[in-house]
Design a protein around this ligand. Structure first.
Ligand code: FAD
Length: 448
């Protein structure tokens, strides 16, 4: 059992990952007077937002021994939510008019997000806590503390002891691939969106994209510019779905694939058949903690990481082990910041957690509610409509203000626009009043 923390505890804390979550965690931990080391296997801060044209040698990333490329960002990627609601709360993601190389758009490119994270790291002197090119290969309990084994780029292994570990390793690197009946004898190519960068390889091809959420919708539109035809298959569509999508003349939406045949054809549940060259799986990712050894206490089962109290603390190992950034939600950076404040305050003893038994009861009740609502286990961390309530609950724990009216409204409006105008939502909107409200808020708090 992990030790209880007495008030004003200053602990030695390891943070795994220097992406948006790890940077927020390190900042909040240091604010709370903990000493922090961030382990980062890459060469710079920014995590997912560090674009690389490099992809993995196995286009479906099925080989567990492959060389992993961390980023899943494609060249044309622009944010899928407005910048003013995407940033950290007290470091707003506003256009930098003093620098012509920056992207001032409301839904900017991935390069602008990386530049913003670099600004954040510079402003709060976070890089001085990072050990770059150092991969965490094992995390395990050692008495009341944690042993971390890391490997530096020169291949040297090192063991160190920490009071606490905060896991921020990201969860968009280990692909989930859809099962398609007959796929083993289908002769075409397959790729997961993790390994998609540019549309050029799909020139003149007939492409089937599986999945129509953010990446599926973006990538299919990216490919339509060069491909002969693009067909989106989505399991959330009714079986009769067959629709030509607006904005291009070679893009169709279907129900899910029924089967793939050895003559190269793909049969959809709507009865349509296409002769396809490539399938692009835009089917999401799996939580993956290859370094974590908790003697089987924490498991990942059908993409449910557990047991975790409020998606952050494993009851029997709390508070010295925690996870930042597991829930799927729109307000990612904002959530990282709040979860990090909570972890930092609990570690210092300023905020207390319920007993381990009470936390476990909460987890059990949460699972029972999920099952009663017939939600599949793989959606355990999908908060959807409940995201603002979740954030407000954590805000309340740490004495932070609730989610601002304009931010919550932008999330709802953003979802609506994404669903109804997926080809234009980044450049046409109807909520200028919310932008105004956001900037008034930033000005009032002297954040800009
Ligand atoms: P990451 O950014 O993935 O960072 C994890 C870090 O941990 C990496 O630097 C990695 O190198 C390091 N690491 C991993 N394992 C180890 C190890 N063993 N040892 C040492 N270091 C390790 N969110 C938005 O808010 N807006 C968007 O528009 C948006 N668009 C997205 C588009 C795509 C295609 C995807 C996949 C996600 C998008 N997201 C978006 C979500 C995005 O993932 C989060 O916003 C956020 O960047 C994730 O931050 P993170 O720190 O949790 O993970």
């Amino acid at each position: 059992m992990a030790p209880a923390c007495s008030p004003t505890n200053s602990l030695h804390v390891a943070v795994i990952g220097a992406g948006a979550a790890g940077l927020a965690a390190a900042r909040e931990l240091r604010r709370e007077t903990h000493s922090v080391i961030i382990f980062e296997r890459g060469t710079q801060v920014g995590g997912l937002w560090v674009y690389t044209p490099q992809t993995e040698p196995d286009p479906l990333s099925l080989d567990p021994n492959r060389t992993v490329v961390h980023s899943s960002v494609y060249d044309s990627l622009r944010t899928n939510l407005p910048r003013e609601c995407m940033g950290y709360r007290d470091f707003p993601f506003v256009p930098r008019n003093d620098d012509a190389s920056r992207d001032p758009r409301r839904y900017p490119s991935h390069r602008e997000v990386l530049a913003y994270l670099q600004d954040f790291a510079r402003e709060f002197k976070l890089e001085e806590m990072v050990r770059f090119e150092t991969e965490v290969v094992c995390v395990e309990p050692e008495g009341q503390k944690w042993k971390i084994q890391s490997r530096s780029s020169d291949g040297i292994f090192k063991d160190e002891i920490f009071d606490s570990v905060v896991v921020c390793n990201g969860h968009y690197t280990e692909p989930r691939v859809a099962h398609v009946p007959g796929i083993d004898s289908w002769p075409g190519k397959q790729i997961h969106s993790h390994n998609y960068r540019v549309p050029d390889p799909f020139k003149d091809q007939v492409v089937v994209v599986i999945g129509n959420f953010a990446s599926g919708s973006d990538i299919s539109r990216d490919i339509t510019g060069v491909a002969k035809e693009v067909h989106i298959a989505s399991r959330s569509n009714p079986s009769e779905t067959y629709q030509k999508l607006p904005g291009s003349n070679n893009l169709w939406l279907h129900s899910m694939i029924e089967s793939a045949r050895k003559d190269g054809s793909i049969v959809f549940q709507n009865g349509k058949v296409v002769q396809a060259d490539t399938i692009v799986h835009c089917t999401g990712y799996k939580y993956h903690f290859p370094f974590l050894n908790t003697n089987g206490y924490i498991t990942v089962d059908d993409n449910c990481v557990g047991p975790l109290y409020k998606h952050v603390f494993p009851p029997a190992l709390a508070p010295t082990l925690s996870f930042i950034g597991l829930p799927w939600m729109t307000l990612q950076f904002f959530m990282f910041e709040l979860q990090s404040k909570w972890v930092a305050a609990v570690l210092s003893g300023r905020v207390t957690l319920p007993s381990s038994d009470r936390m476990m009861e909460d987890v059990t009740a949460f699972y029972a509610n999920r099952d009663a609502n017939k939600l599949p286990k793989r959606y355990t961390h999908k908060l959807g409509e409940c995201q603002v309530d979740y954030l407000n609950w954590i805000a309340d724990q740490v004495g932070a203000p609730p989610v601002e009216h304009w931010r919550a409204e932008e999330v709802h409006g953003g979802y609506r626009r994404l669903a109804t105008q997926s080809d234009t939502f980044r450049d046409k909107w109807d909520d200028d009043h919310l932008i105004l409200e956001a900037y008034e808020d930033f000005l009032r708090q002297k954040l800009i």
